[in-house]
Write a protein that binds this ligand. Structure first.
Ligand SMILES: Cc1cc2nc3c(=O)[nH]c(=O)nc-3n(C[C@H](O)[C@H](O)[C@H](O)COP(=O)(O)O)c2cc1C
Length: 185
């Protein structure tokens, strides 16, 4: 059993990475495996809206744009739970998160309740190192993504310049609780 943790900042030593590492510690403390995927390293390009709107994402629930996405899609299907940590950019998820999850949503949301993520728990973390402006819209965007993917929002967590000293502990605790619940499922 494995929890997949998506970190979507280019900085490996920044706030997003710190939050992702806290989540991994929490998951592992509950005896569950955790893997952090740094989306900026994954060579995942943009959705091409193939064939005037829909390609094999609609008909076969796989993306026909061959790049790093296919391997990550498979890994995502196998995982038992998820943590999505994104920096807040202009009140939204970062570009690497949007590129990946736009494509995942097309492949899995089109399966409805047969989505590979159906009922699996997910934690969203919006890491705003700036003013914190736009943090709510970013969380809302993640919450809608979880709904489209049919996963179950376990917690939605904000981190700002002011809260960053104490939020990693909350992320660790949330991830541990989510993983512990998985162990009992
Ligand atoms: C293009 C860009 C847009 C940003 N927009 C916002 C924003 O809307 N609100 C905010 O509080 N911080 C904003 N920030 C600051 C980032 O959210 C903050 O630096 C983030 O925590 C960086 O995470 P990192 O250390 O993992 O790179 C922005 C940063 C960049 C680079």
């Amino acid at each position: 059993m494995n929890v997949l943790i998506f970190a979507s900042s280019p900085n490996k030593d920044g706030l997003t990475a710190q939050c992702a590492e806290a989540a991994a510690e929490g998951v592992r403390s509950a005896g569950v495996g955790a893997e952090i995927v740094y989306l900026n390293d994954e060579r995942i390009g943009l959705c091409q809206a193939c064939s005037r709107g829909w390609g094999t994402c609609l008909t076969e629930h796989r993306c026909q744009v061959e790049d790093g996405f296919q391997a990550l899609h498979e890994k995502t299907k196998q995982a038992a739970g998820y943590v999505l940590v994104t920096p807040v950019y202009f009140g939204q998820m970062s570009e690497s998160a949007k590129a990946c999850f736009d494509r995942l949503r097309r492949c899995e949301a089109t399966r409805g309740d047969q989505s590979a993520l159906t009922g699996k728990p997910a934690i969203g973390v919006a890491a705003a190192g700036g003013s914190g402006g736009g943090i709510v819209s970013c969380l809302d965007e993640m919450n809608r993504l979880f709904a489209h993917l049919r996963c179950a929002a376990f917690d939605m967590i904000t981190v700002t310049q002011k809260s960053r000293p104490y939020k990693p502990a909350a992320i660790r605790a949330a991830a541990a609780a989510m993983a512990a619940a998985l162990g009992k499922a």
